[in-house]
Design a protein around this ligand. Structure first.
Ligand code: MCA
Ligand code: AMP
Length: 480
């Protein structure tokens, strides 16, 4: 039996995964992942071309069964970022669907085509809970993304803590449309249902129509980022089918960024259901959640620490712990517990800097209410942007823009956006003021070098960037 997925049983006819019109039972998944796991034996690390498909789910489960750490790759990653990730993580193999064309940076990596129809026995799997399960790349304020090494123990702990908080069972049918190269869509959204013995239906692409269809056809839970719930709130007024489908769901969960009150309230008014929020991070997996059995409405709160998670608030100025549960005193959230990563791959310096002793510094600022529930009020670093639920470092976009021949100077900021939460704004001093590069040109450049979700949505042209006496760009002055 697999320690991470006890429900994987070669004889089981229970539904496990469905992507569009293709699906696998637990028995079929067990055979396909077992067969692939046998081919991974001896590999040190595998990259997974993480399209939103059955193949990605089979590839990741196979790697976990074989005990080979998997690095999920965003298939839209641009040249510069993909080169960095491949050079940094050095995968022995890349797993992809037979039809996937892999770009240049992966040309020299041996490839295995993943098909969801193999039939192999389940391997015994590694016993060490500290062994790396996944390496997930995440952005920081400066420099290229870092690979967070997530041990098997963290994956199991976080999913079991959510079982408790959400009364999550094998009877749940999860509906979602999240990408499979981040914690939210992959660990919570695919590995979560598989650990419980339940099923997941992935929409491929997010549409409110797809959400309505799947929830009406037996879906019990919905996971999404705030942008998705915002689009649901916008559509609800004219879509009684969507309202009915949401009203019938057992649990609507939002995470990855704050869900604005206006969207919470519109959804509650039109469906009678309250979206609950949970708070996590690539490095820590899930830290807090509103509980499914909470009788109070918790709009604006990310709930209480999950079982096993220790959470403290620390004063930003003097570093002392804030003990007041007054809903007013703001401190940085620091956490520790079995849900944490073991460090950044090849970056002991960055790993050490992320901790205050044994506590992981999240960089999120929050207050705690008298009942112990947490409300996030902001972020320590202004150079981190959350757009569509993706974390994006201003520095990596600035570096990409500076490589464009039409750009002399560049600064990147986030601006409030009703749909995306924050929108990436590029402030550019053109190399030739008479012929500035167009917004489309710059957006295309960033999309091709980094990833489409990192592209600037607005470009503002300046003659000069505001700088202080030290020559540092004064970003606060940009928004004037
Ligand atoms: C537009 N596109 C372009 C360009 N312009 N492509 C290349 N170059 C360009 N210049 C394409 C896009 O690729 C896309 O293609 C389409 O235009 C629209 O994309 P976009 O505008 O970026 O947004 P969207 O499609 O409207 O996406 C909204 C979204 C998405 C669905 C909400 O942002 C999303 O999936 N967010 C989820 C993020 C997430 O999972 N975060 C979890 C990490 P096409 O139309 O073909 O798609 S946080 C986490 O894991 C922690 C632990 C946590 O707490 O959860
Ligand atoms: P990532 O590093 O992409 O995993 O993103 C983690 C960050 O997302 C956290 O540090 C928070 O800033 C943010 N986040 C996740 N969930 C929530 C939430 N429910 N409310 C507010 N912010 C959130």
């Amino acid at each position: 039996m697999s320690s991470l997925f006890p429900a994987l049983d070669p004889g089981s006819g229970r539904p496990a995964l469905r992507f569009g019109d293709r699906s696998l039972t637990y028995g079929e998944l067990s055979g396909a992942a077992g067969a692939l796991a046998a081919r991974l034996e001896g590999a040190e690390r595998v990259a997974v071309w993480a399209t939103p498909t059955l193949e990605t789910a089979v590839a990741v489960v196979a790697a976990l069964l074989a005990g080979v750490p998997a690095v999920p790759l965003n298939p839209r990653t641009g040249e510069r970022e993909l080169t960095h990730i491949v050079t940094d993580s050095r995968p022995t193999l890349v797993l992809a669907a037979p039809d996937d064309a892999l770009p240049g940076p992966l040309a020299d990596v041996a490839r295995i085509d993943v098909t969801p129809d193999g039939d192999g026995p389940l391997p015994a799997g590694p016993g060490d809970p500290e062994a790396a399960a996944l390496i997930v790349y995440t952005s920081g304020t400066t420099g290229p993304p870092k690979g967070a090494v997530l041990p098997r123990r963290a994956v199991a702990t976080t999913l079991d803590a959510l079982e408790d908080a959400w009364a999550w069972t094998g009877d749940d049918v999860l509906v979602h449309a999240l990408p499979l190269f981040h914690v939210h869509g992959l660990i919570l959204g695919v590995l979560g249902p598989l650990r419980r013995g339940g099923s997941v239906r992935h929409l491929g692409t997010f549409t409110t129509g797809g959400v309505a269809r799947e929830l009406a056809a037996g879906g019990t839970m919905l996971f999404g980022v705030p942008t998705m719930y915002h689009r649901i709130a916008e559509a609800l007024e004219d879509d009684p089918q969507l309202a009915k489908a949401l009203a019938g769901a057992r649990l609507l969960v939002s995470g990855s960024a704050a869900l604005p009150l206006h969207d919470h309230e519109r959804i509650a008014a039109l469906t009678g259901r309250r979206v609950i929020e949970r708070y996590g991070m690539t490095e820590t997996l899930m830290n807090t959640s509103v509980r499914a059995d909470d009788v109070e409405p918790r709009t604006g709160s990310v709930g209480v620490p999950l079982p096993g998670v220790e959470l403290r608030l620390v004063d930003e100025e003097d570093g002392t712990e804030i003990t007041a549960d007054d809903g007013e005193t703001v401190g940085e959230i620091q956490v520790r517990g079995p849900n944490l990563f073991t460090g950044y791959l090849n970056r002991p310096d960055a790993t050490a800097a992320a901790f205050d002793g044994t506590w992981f510094r999240t960089g999120d600022m929050a207050v705690r209410d008298t009942d112990g529930s947490v409300r996030i009020v902001g972020r320590r670093a202004t150079d981190l942007i959350k757009s569509g639920g993706y974390k994006i470092g201003a520095g990596e976009i600035e570096n990409a823009l500076l490589e464009h021949p039409g750009v002399r100077e560049a600064a990147v900021t986030g601006e409030p956006d009703a749909d995306l939460g924050e929108r990436i704004v590029a402030w550019v001093v053109p190399a030739d003021p008479a012929r500035p590069p167009s917004q489309e040109d710059l957006a295309g450049h960033v999309a091709a070098q980094l990833a489409p979700h990192k592209r600037p949505r607005t470009v503002r042209y300046l003659d000069v960037l505001p700088r202080n006496d030290m020559g540092k760009i004064m970003k606060r002055a940009l928004h004037g």
